[in-house]
Structures are given as structure tokens and as C-alpha cells.
Design a protein around this ligand. Sequence first.
Ligand SMILES: C[S@@+](CC[C@H](N)C(=O)[O-])C[C@H]1O[C@@H](n2cnc3c(N)ncnc32)[C@H](O)[C@@H]1O
Length: 362
Amino acid sequence: MKNREKRTERRPGTSGSPRSGRPRPGGPAKGEREAGSVAGGRAAAEPAPQRPLIQRVGERPSERVPVILESRGAGDFHLIDSGNALKLEQYGPYRIVRPEAQALWQPSLPPSVWEKVDAVFTGDTDEDGIGRWRFPKEALGETWPLSLLGVDFLGRFTSFRHVGVFPEQIVHWEWMKQQVESAGRPLKVLNLFGYTGVASLVAAAAGAEVTHVDASRKAIGWARENQALSRLERAPIRWICEDAMKFIQREERRGNHYDIILTDPPKFGRGPNGEVWHLFEHLPLMLDVCRELLSPNAVGLVLTAYSIRASFYSIHELMRETMRGAGGVVESGELVIRETGIDAGAVGRALSTSLFSRWVRE
Ligand SMILES: C[S@@+](CC[C@H](N)C(=O)[O-])C[C@H]1O[C@@H](n2cnc3c(N)ncnc32)[C@H](O)[C@@H]1O
């Protein structure tokens, strides 16, 4: 895993500011905040310093494509039905209707089922469009308890139609849980763009040492609430409120390593100091740095990509190029959720949710 490759002069981004800062073992460095101690609002946009890409040598890892990772739900979640650009989901006690552009077909279940729901998100149907929640039966609170893969957390009606968890990730979380439990040593997991922390909690509950990074103080606050709900306060989780690109480059300079890295970036996002994240612009460097962060016995590097105009091949080939010389296998394809009807026992249609590519040691 140790790199013997050269750094090229090709810079993936427009800003090529030189490296700054020296490696610091442990503890937050300049610009990085252990979540909970953050203050202040968003500053003016600040480009994250970027290093050149490393020119990789060696064989590309072998490949498995296409791989469709399918979830039929778990714990308190399942997909009941979909159609007419909507999906009907069960989250614990609540049935929820949300926009779903991929559901081009007609619903399987009759309107009477779709009408008897607890919450409906209406408004902008863009992935991150602002809209509002309507509660046809009775007004509901902002949060409610949920459980998945042995972890307790809060479902949450957010203004961006999200509900505090991305259940299509369940397949990756199950894989990670199994890796952590069977490793025979404590694995170090890095969860980038970690949102409300469900993946971090699943990893910690399985016995991993976790570093969770997200730019949103609010999301990290929710993640900490979830940590308490899951009774994992004593678990070794570092909550970092920081721009993901800045954080990983600092980790690289410090020489820190991880056994599993999960990265689930949005198409577009901002760090706490206004740092801009553009998937198409920054993903090559993100993977490049993540490779350097993998420990010599690393188990996997898992990338998910949502709502982008790309084939899974684009992230697949990028992953294989990045992992040249590392051995292992890169498998890529789509994450889908299967409709399972009202009682979670049926086998309905598969709803595609995202692209993924993962390097695994095997
Ligand atoms: C798609 S969600 C991740 C979902 C999460 N992995 C899960 O499965 O629950 C995107 C997250 O990325 C965070 N984010 C956006 N831009 C960021 C940046 N530049 N650095 C770090 N996190 C960022 C957002 O705050 C948000 O929580």
C-alpha cells in the first residue's frame, strides 16, 4: 500500500496553493474542530489547499462489474411502494411519501394505501430542493426514534426532504459491520460526509475506532444525539466539523491511516468556512488522498455518488486507476432498494438510489 509513485504536476482543481502546516500527531489542527466546540458562522469561500495527484503505477486491481447491491430494508426501515415519481417508505411507526424521480412506473398499491400516510414531503422535487412536510393525520414532532443494525437514532423531518438517514447505505454498513466484527483487531474507520452518524455508530458498535467528518455543525450535533441514544457515549468516536478535503489532506501530512474509509459525498457542498466541494472537480484528489490514508492492511475504500450525471464506470475506472498496485478488487455498480410492500414480505420492483464503487482487499 505504501506509495512509491511520483506526484505529477497535474492539479485537479483550480487552486494550487502550496501545502501548509506541519504534521501534528493527534488533536485538532488549525481549521479543524472537534465538533461540539465550534463557534461562529460561515466565513467567505476559501479554496481548500490541494496537492498534485500522485501518478499511480502497477496493475489495476481486478474488477467486478456490474454489481447491484440490493437492500430490502433493515430494522425499522423498508420501502413499501413507489411510482408516479414518488416513494412510500416505512420508518418505524411512520409511513412517509417523498419525491423519487427514478420511479417512472405506476404504484403497485392502491390510492387508499398512499392516502393513509403520516407525512408527505411536497415542494421542490430536486434532490436537495427546499420544500415542506405535510402531516395528513396529525401534526408530528420534528424527530422520532428509529433503529437499524442495532443502532438507535432519531428520524428527522428536515427541510431538504431527508429524514436523518440514507437507508440505501444499509448494504455498505452491513458489509462494514461484518468486516469490523471479523477483523480480530480493532479497525480504524474514517467516515467522510458522515451526516447524522448512523454509519459511524454502526462501526463503533461493531468495535471500530471511528473518525467522523462533516461540514455541518447541525448534522454533527444530531450525530452526537444519536450516539447518546445508542448508548455509545464511551465508544471511541472523534466527531470532526471540517471540510472533508482539508481534513484528509491534513491527515495525510500527519501520516495517519485507516483500515476502512467510507466516503459519501454530495454533488455539491460547502465546508464550514465556505470551502467549495464539487464532486466532478474534487473526487479524483479525494480518492487519491484516501488511498494514502489506507493502512497497509486496509480492508476497503467505499465510495457512493448520488444524483450525478455519470455512469458507474466513471467512478469505477477512477477507483481502479487510484488503486493501481494495491491488489484487491474494485467492484462497482448501483445501490438499489427493493419494494417489499406493506408488511415487508413482498418482492417488488428495485429502485435505484445511487452509484457506488469500492475497493476491497479480499
Ligand atoms: C449525502 S449526505 C451523507 C449521508 C451519510 N453518509 C449517511 O449515509 O447518512 C452529505 C453530507 O455531506 C456534508 N458535506 C457537504 N459538503 C461537505 C464538505 N465540503 N466537507 C464535509 N462535509 C460536507 C453535509 O453536511 C451532509 O451531511
